[in-house]
Design a protein around this ligand. Structure first.
Ligand code: UDP
Ligand code: MG
Length: 315
């Protein structure tokens, strides 16, 4: 029988873990000819998450958990899960039921048909989200798809079911600055999109503030495009042309009309403008340098503090 590993990153999710398990296991019991293992990853939670996971894995067969030494972020949690999953098929799901488990049977059929290596979920609307956030999200997807060769699908969730082959490919992408939405797409393979409506959290709170999302978006652009680096050269070139025209204008004016130097305020404006552009470009360079710096350090993506699995006492 094939084994399906379900990876579930959890960060301060004491409010949602139990509902998640009851809901998902109810759906999974109906899946035929596949055995299911749950792999919860506690991402350094500071609430009762770890305690609940210990209890769950002690009570329920097929439940394992990993626990980090601190909060390493969802990307790291997914990576750890993929590394430790033993299934022939692997799924990644949020614990807040925003990834409806009811879709699992359909996703399983898609991957098992052999035509696709991955079934991934994208939401077709953004109901229940602040409009300003949706607007920024949409602009982000437009921008990143313009500047990056890797296609990043608007509304794609991290909810997917993949073959072992694809998981192994993802694990080979061992970069430290992980932007999974890009990595999933970068490794290729045939993905079939399953569409769903936006679902609100079953409980607890989202861990993503607007500011965090903005940083995440910028990280994504830096990780999957080098286009911003070209901004400096293009701006430099444009400014050279403009200043050349200005020089000719000044010389001609001097020769024809004469007169002394004037325009001190405009000079200040120009200097400020140019130094602004220069700093901006150095900033872009700095961003890439910083990422390179973190990458060359080769720090581990996550550090485990505890692992646990179900022990069958009757055996
Ligand atoms: N998560 C995590 N580490 C973090 C932040 C979030 O493992 O640092 C998990 C979280 O427990 C949840 C999933 O990632 O299972 C999605 O988080 P959340 O629901 O807060 O994000 P949203 O759905 O609002 O984008
Ligand atoms: Mg959520």
């Amino acid at each position: 029988m094939a084994l399906l590993s379900i990876i579930v990153p959890c960060y301060n999710e004491e409010a949602t873990i139990e509902t998640f398990y009851t809901h998902t296991s109810a759906v999974c019991e109906k899946l035929n000819s596949v055995e299911v293992e749950y792999l919860f990853v506690d991402d350094g939670s500071t609430d009762r998450t770890l305690e609940l996971l210990r209890k769950l894995s002690a009570d329920k067969p097929g439940v394992r958990f990993l626990s980090f030494s601190r909060n390493f972020g969802k990307e790291a949690a997914m990576y750890a899960g993929l590394e430790h999953a033993e299934g022939d098929l692997v799924a990644v799901m949020d614990v807040d039921l925003q990834d409806p488990p009811e879709l699992l049977p359909e996703m399983l059929d898609i991957v098992r048909s052999g035509e696709y290596d991955c079934a991934a979920v994208r939401r077709v609307d953004r109901k229940g989200e602040p409009p300003i956030r949706s607007w920024f999200a949409r602009q982000f997807y437009k921008l990143i798809n313009k500047v990056s060769k890797t296609e990043i699908v608007d509304g794609a969730r991290d909810f997917r079911l993949m073959t072992r082959q694809m998981v192994d490919a993802i694990l080979r992408v061992g970069e430290y600055n992980r932007f999974s939405k890009g990595i999933f797409s970068w490794v290729g393979f045939r993905t079939r999109w399953v569409e769903t409506e936006n679902v609100e959290r079953s409980g607890g709170e989202s861990k993503w503030s607007f500011f965090k999302l903005l940083i995440y978006a910028l990280d994504g652009i830096i990780a999957f495009s080098t286009a911003p680096l070209a901004v400096a050269s293009i701006l430099g070139l444009v400014l050279c042309v403009v200043s050349f025209i200005a020089i000719i204008f000044v010389i001609v004016r001097q020769l024809v009309w004469g007169g002394s130097a004037f325009g001190w305020p405009s000079m200040v404006c120009i200097i400020l403008f140019l130094s602004g552009i220069q700093l901006f470009c150095i900033g872009i360079l700095g961003q890439y340098l910083a990422k390179t710096y973190l990458e060359v350090k080769k720090r581990p993506i996550y550090i485990l503090r505890e692992e646990g699995e179900h022990h069958d006492e009757t055996k």
